[in-house]
Write a protein that binds this ligand. Structure first.
Ligand code: ATP
Ligand code: MG
Length: 385
């Protein structure tokens, strides 16, 4: 019996030793925090020091702020990039209204998607920021907010060069093309030439090809302009119902010709912060696609409604649909599912690439659902006012 007690004591001693050793290795100390016997892991100073060392070696900038937006941690990359000082308010080094309001929102426990801002300190910086709320006091003994900052300045400089190049080339092509078009119209009006069979065959082809080239140049110019402005948030209050009514009106002639019906399910008003011309471009492109890729006698249903925290507009058609494997590619520039079909309806594959940038400029989201031979639905989810 005595031997049994000694063995038991030895086992308990060994277990305690192993447990203490594990705590030392992990740097954590389990602690019973409330009567419901819920176990909470309280991080020791040693454990946090290890985390901060790790954060310091990350190339992305990381800032941790308290509720008053005071910087309580800045990793090496952040300090180098923004000259941040501990205990200083974030607005001292990163002054941007979007950023400040997003920090307020995250402390109210709202979801904030990644966003881009421009900071003008010594140089102009373009930053992509993700915000995370540390509710479990992982980093400090209080609720704090963690900013993950990616410096996209170099990437945007490259983008700018590319956009400038495309804009310049497109601009240069436009002038000679307009002269060619004018020439074609003049030739088309010369009576004697109308009897020339060969020319009669060639004229429609030359005219349609020059129109196609003109559309392409217009879209390329529009795309490069939009890319450069993507980070600038629109500021006007827009009623989506009035705007979509306006866009539908511009299609009246075309849809009556093709016997396509547009049904608009709407609420009384649906207000967002946006840019009128750009929103018109978004819905024009979507409706244009629904018409182009549907047969005659089909219906297009547009629904605009409040959807939880979003104001959502969906454009649904009964058209040819998109193959499953191509859905994720249709917002790529110049991508078309069936190039010959697109060419025959005058498509260049730039419409949805433009829409994607405009949607992102509005900080909205785009969802594409489609079933081949049944139809396509595109939802655009805007933040409500
Ligand atoms: P553009 O809009 O520049 O005149 P496009 O319509 O061909 O040309 P996008 O609007 O970018 O280009 O669309 C890309 C491709 O996605 C289209 O070519 C088509 O294959 C497919 N697509 C887009 N919308 C629909 C739709 N509603 N139904 C079926 N296919 C679609
Ligand atoms: Mg299109």
């Amino acid at each position: 019996m005595e031997l049994l007690i000694v063995i038991l004591l030895l086992i308990i001693g060994l277990l305690t030793f192993l447990l203490l050793k594990k705590e030392r290795v992990l740097g954590i100390k389990p602690e019973i925090t409330n009567k419901n016997t819920e176990v909470k892991i309280v991080e020791s100073k040693e454990y946090r020091k290890n985390i901060f060392n790790l954060l310091n070696s990350i190339p992305e900038g990381i800032l941790i702020l308290d509720k008053s937006k005071k910087i309580i941690f800045s990793n090496n990359s952040s300090t180098k990039l923004f000259d941040t000082k501990i205990n200083e308010n974030i607005s001292g080094s990163l002054r941007n209204p979007d950023l400040l309001s997003s920090i307020d929102k995250i402390f109210e426990d709202k979801n904030i998607p990644d966003f881009e801002i421009e900071i003008r300190n010594k140089a102009v910086l373009r930053l992509n920021i993700s915000i995370y709320l540390d509710k479990n006091n992982l980093f400090f003994d209080e609720v704090s907010c963690v900013l993950f900052i990616r410096d996209l300045t170099e990437f945007h400089k490259f983008q700018q060069l590319k956009s400038d190049f495309v804009a310049n080339v497109s601009h240069e092509l436009r002038t000679p093309l307009q002269s060619i078009k004018m020439g074609l119209e003049t030739i088309n009006n010369i009576k004697d030439l109308k009897e020339n069979n060969e020319l009669n065959n060639l004229m429609p082809l030359m005219t349609s090809q020059s129109e196609r080239m003109e559309n392409l140049i217009r879209d390329l110019l529009s795309l490069s302009k939009i890319e450069l402005q993507e980070h600038i948030r629109p500021t006007h209050e827009i009623d989506l119902i009035e705007l979509i009514d306006y866009v539908i009106k511009t299609y009246e002639k075309i849809i009556s010709k093709q016997n396509i019906k547009i049904i608009f399910n709407k609420v009384e008003s649906l207000k967002i912060i946006g840019d009128r011309d750009k929103l018109i471009e978004i819905f024009t492109n979507l409706i244009d696609n629904s018409i182009k890729y549907s047969d005659k006698n089909k219906e297009i249903t547009i629904t605009a409604k409040k959807d939880g925290e979003f104001n959502t507009v969906s454009v649904r058609d009964q058209g040819i649909g998109i193959p499953k494997e191509s859905i994720h590619r249709i917002t790529e520039r110049f991508f078309t599912v069936d190039p010959s079909k697109s060419r025959s309806v005058g498509g260049t594959g730039l419409g949805l690439a433009i829409v994607k940038h405009l949607v992102s400029q509005h900080r909205a989201e785009m969802d594409i659902n489609s079933v081949e031979n049944e139809g396509t639905t595109i939802d655009i989810k805007f933040n409500s006012l």
